[in-house]
Design a protein around this ligand. Sequence first.
Ligand SMILES: [Zn+2]
Length: 319
Amino acid sequence: MTKPQNIIAQIDKNVKKKQWECLVDDCSETAINSHLIQQNGILSNISIKGHLVELKMVDAYKWDKKKSPIEFRSVGISQALTHKVFCNTHDTNIFKPIENTKANFESYESFLLFSYRAICAEISKKRLAIEKYTRLINANTLIGKIDKEPLKLVVKGNELGIKDLNALKKELENEIKSNSKMFTYFIYKYPKIPVYASAVFSATDLDFQREDGALDLENIYIHILPLTEETLILVGYHNKYASKDTQKYCHSWEKLSDKELEFKLTGLFVSNIENWGISPDYFEKIQVKKKEKYIELLRKNISYYGVSQEADFNFFEVK
Ligand SMILES: [Zn+2]
């Protein structure tokens, strides 16, 4: 008899192989692996022998219940922050303005395009999760072997999330066309730190009770881009869906010392986003016990929402 763990691993594998449609409305082409941040001119600045380090799910075959399901792993630069989001044509055409080495990454258009891609990648991650958990729920081979009720909640949560994200996707599509300054963003520059990220996260905390059909659109968009000489941080929000806290959070990235920036990045990566990576040589320098602490905190925070809490440790301090 096949062990449940192996059945789950097989379902996981099948879902990863599944082909998806491009996320552009009315496009039925197959989605390719789109990257959130371009290789040339950004990721290539900090990769070592074509590699970077990112957070990945542990292969379900090897998963040990006592350990965290997430681990740091080396990834090839062409696989860094990639998701099946757009077809080749749309991936090339839509993002042309931020895909060349001379691009002005500080422009409003760049902020919108990075944010649009981050929103779509999040939709893609959620549709993958729904597919996986639905298959687990429906698997006859798993009847009586797994508790399906929590999985149903996960599916429901992801479905609600996709509704929010689709509404924001529309807003961004309109804004990219109309350029009507519906978004506010800030540009911060720091001495280069070999870390990258591109993500969107909910600024609403867990206490928020949504009414049936209500959308939660208060989001923060953040992009951390290691350029050749400096690290550029773009952080912003949609004007219609921004509370005082959201605005305050965006301002809180201003004028940080090196140390404060490291704490701030730790807080962001602990509580809000998983879409980040780091240069392998910098990663090597970080103490093993910090990496373990980080993974442990991540496991605890996995269902945390709201603007990031201050971290009580500095993941990036290597002295
Ligand atoms: Zn397409």
